[in-house]
Design a protein around this ligand. Structure first.
Ligand SMILES: *Cc1c(COP(=O)(O)O)cnc(C)c1O
Length: 433
């Protein structure tokens, strides 16, 4: 007698291939894949009826919790109208209204043009191609290099992956990737000669915090100094706010912490509140106008996807921005960020915690085997701690030996405390000899 979960698990193992997953471990006889069947607010339920706090916002996408009635209703209403129409040669109402709202989020920024695509990687691809074409149209085709940072992550499509600085993910594909100018931080940029920087088209950065690098927080002031460097050298600035956008860092966008306005702002993950895949690349009239011309000049931006500006996604994104206002979401964050900071300070006292790092409602807890013993990444300590945390009601993911905690913004203070409690118990269970 097989129950439904066992049957689904067997089928999953037989036919599916999961991202960022060693499938030999996944399909091992002792491993039952977690099959998620429902969600309300910050709580997710699995096929065996167990409940968890969604401690990684369903891979950093969820903002207002699962099943938020305003989001669900907005998608339903759009579904009654039309689910999808082409954005090549026609437009649609939610995409138009969302464009106005997005541009309004950063008034006086000069970011007045919105180009839609599907996910974070494509939001970056768009920015890269627009940048290159812009410099060609502006008569500076020598500006054809990108600057990217050590341990950066900008997505997995070939262009976005070229910028990536996580060797384990990207090195084996170097034959089909371009080489950015790789730097560790500002000092290397400042040391760059004028000749070298005259070939730089744009700098690409995850502002304030590098997520996939293991929640690596940039020094305060770095972003503003980077903007100044770009201005001095005539270089464009591409901000990848795919992860940091939509309140995650305590402000609507991370760049607001340092009063920085980029030339391109890439948005995805939280754009729809975590309901649908949708991305937007915002840019300025200066960039946009360079692409205008006679048809035969071929200045058009030849780029797009089948599902560009999907009306369901745009309707969800509009509803998500409405919730930001009606629930005063940004005003609610300060107390939660403070609660997270206090909880992390307690965790940091553990002999098995090397360091805790935080940016807004984003946290990383770096593990160690003991006061002077780092973890060996091959032991998968972070992963084992996260699996153990499930027993205590928390679902989250590690990045190597960093346990991440990145909850939906609607999480309550007591749920933050419960989550950190679950992590503390799991750390003890796995690391205490
Ligand atoms: C997740 C992520 C991406 C890629 O987004 P996808 O939707 O997974 O393609 C790009 N940049 C950053 C900073 C991210 O965290």
């Amino acid at each position: 007698m097989e129950d439904r979960t066992s049957r689904l698990a067997a089928l999953d193992k037989a036919h599916l291939w999961h991202p960022f997953t060693q499938m030999r471990d996944w399909t091992a006889p002792g491993h039952e894949p977690l099959i998620l069947t429902g969600g309300r607010g910050v709580i997710l339920r699995d096929s065996r009826g167990r409940e968890y706090i969604d401690g990684n916002s369903s891979i950093w996408t969820n903002i207002h919790g699962h099943g938020h009635p305003v989001l669900v209703e907005a998608i339903r209403r759009q579904l009654d109208q039309v689910a999808h129409v082409s954005f090549l040669g026609s437009s649609n109402e939610p995409a138009i209204l969302l464009g106005e709202r997005l541009v309004g989020l950063l008034p006086d920024s000069g970011l007045t043009r919105v180009f839609y695509s599907d996910d974070g990687s494509t939001a970056i691809e768009v920015a890269l191609k627009m940048t290159l074409q812009y410099w060609q149209l502006a008569g500076h085709s020598e500006r054809n290099r990108f600057v990217a940072f050590d341990r950066a992550y900008h997505g997995d499509t070939v262009g976005a992956a070229s910028l990536g600085g996580v060797g384990a993910f990207f090195d084996r594909f170097s034959a089909i990737q371009f080489s950015p100018i790789r730097v560790g931080g500002l000092p290397e940029l400042e040391a760059m000669t004028g000749e070298e920087s005259s070939h730089v088209a744009a700098v690409v950065i995850e502002p304030c915090v590098q997520g996939t690098a293991g929640i690596r927080v940039w020094p305060e002031g770095m972003l503003a100094a980077l903007r100044a460097w770009c201005d001095e050298r005539g270089v464009l600035l591409i901000l990848d706010e795919v992860f940091t956008g939509f309140g995650r860092t305590g402000r609507m966008f991370a760049c607001e912490h340092e009063g920085v306005v980029p030339d391109f702002l890439c948005l995805a993950k939280g754009l729809t509140g975590g309901m649908m895949p949708l991305a937007a690349t915002l840019t300025t009239e200066r960039i946009y106008e360079a692409f205008l011309g006679e048809y035969e000049e071929l200045k058009s931006f030849f780029y797009g996807h089948s599902y560009s500006a999907n009306p369901l996604g745009c309707a969800a994104a509009l509803a998500s921005l409405e919730i930001f206002e009606s629930e005063r979401v940004l005003d609610s964050l300060e107390g939660k960020i403070h609660c997270l900071r206090e909880g992390l300070a307690d965790l940091a006292a553990s002999p098995y915690v090397a360091e805790t790092r935080q940016c807004g409602l984003i946290a990383g807890i770096a593990l160690r085997r003991g006061p002077v013993a780092p973890c060996d990444w091959r032991d998968q300590t972070g992963a084992r701690v996260c699996v153990a945390a499930r027993k205590y009601g928390l679902l989250t993911r590690p990045i190597l030996d960093v346990v991440t905690f990145i909850p939906p913004l609607c999480i309550s203070a007591s749920q933050i405390q419960a989550s950190l409690g679950a992590i503390a118990k799991a750390i003890y269970e796995i690391l205490e000899p």
